[in-house]
Design a protein around this ligand. Sequence first.
Ligand code: ATP
Ligand code: MG
Length: 335
Amino acid sequence: RTFKLKIHCRIDIHRLNAPFLAIYESLVPAEEEKAQQKQLLALLERLVCKEWPKARLYLYGSCASSFGVSRSDIDVCLAIDGGDINKSEILLRLADILQSDNLQNVQALTRARVPIVKLMDPVTGISCDICINNVLAVINTKLLRDYAQIDARLRQLAFIVKHWAKSRGVNETYQGTLSSYAYVIMCIHFLQQRRPAILPCLQEMEPTYSVTVDDIECAFFDQVGKLCDFGSRNKETIAQLVWAFFNYWAYRHDYANSVISVRTGSIISKQEKDWTRRIGNDRHLICIEDPFEVSHDLGRVVDKYSIKVLREEFERAAGIMQYDPNPCVKLFEPY
Ligand code: ATP
Ligand code: MG
């Protein structure tokens, strides 16, 4: 019976490869869209340099990390020197400049956790958030992009997981569920843990890239061109990985004791990080260590209500992958 069941599952799971790849392909932004994003960035660069000649703009977030699906917003960081700059003042001035150049829906959110200016380009319809001197975000974006170049299955898995999370309403940090960034980190961790591993741990290798930002040393191996065979001994397909990813988060992850850590390429204990109890608003109900800000739990937005929602969604997805005749539709049904 076990033998028959195994054969049955394997045939079933392979049947899902083509449809999952088709979903992935449909989410990848077209070249034209990438070109429009570049144009918008160039326009913003011109406007910013007129006012602050020494400032630079960096793209970060999903459109720079290669994890952006079609029609994503773009995230831009304005890097501006000077120890005593007043971020609110700069954001308000920036908002003025953008508004005078006919950009739409310009809004300065100076009191947000990460203060930004929001805008929309009326020509392309692309929305954009601009923050100031958020250098760590630019660096963690590079880490994600470097991981994506090692094995194509990371981008495929992350697109499917992000699409699932958006469809199911569990990609809403202000409602206590996880950010896109957290989901990508979960995917990287998961592929580091496969046997044979599909991804290495770049931060445990001899560093070829190193910068220090806000006293945090960010160092990792970034010559990823040399690693393009890394995952080739593992033959798992995208359908198997989607199945295993949801199975891991539904039934295998030890929520009570474990922290996932891309930085070390392993699981570490909550005890070791002193993440065993609620401190302030950090409840540590699902623990995802940031690769650089190691005191930062990307799961800290999750509360005692949303952890239930999240885990039920993982279980639903795992159940669908196991039993549903048409998982590629059912998985993404709106909630
Ligand atoms: P989407 O396609 O949904 O916009 P995204 O990767 O741009 O995906 P966000 O989660 O909004 O999504 O994150 C944007 C960027 O901001 C990330 O790539 C990361 O660099 C940075 N970031 C977001 N959340 C955190 C966090 N909690 N800690 C550190 N950096 C973060
Ligand atoms: Mg974004």
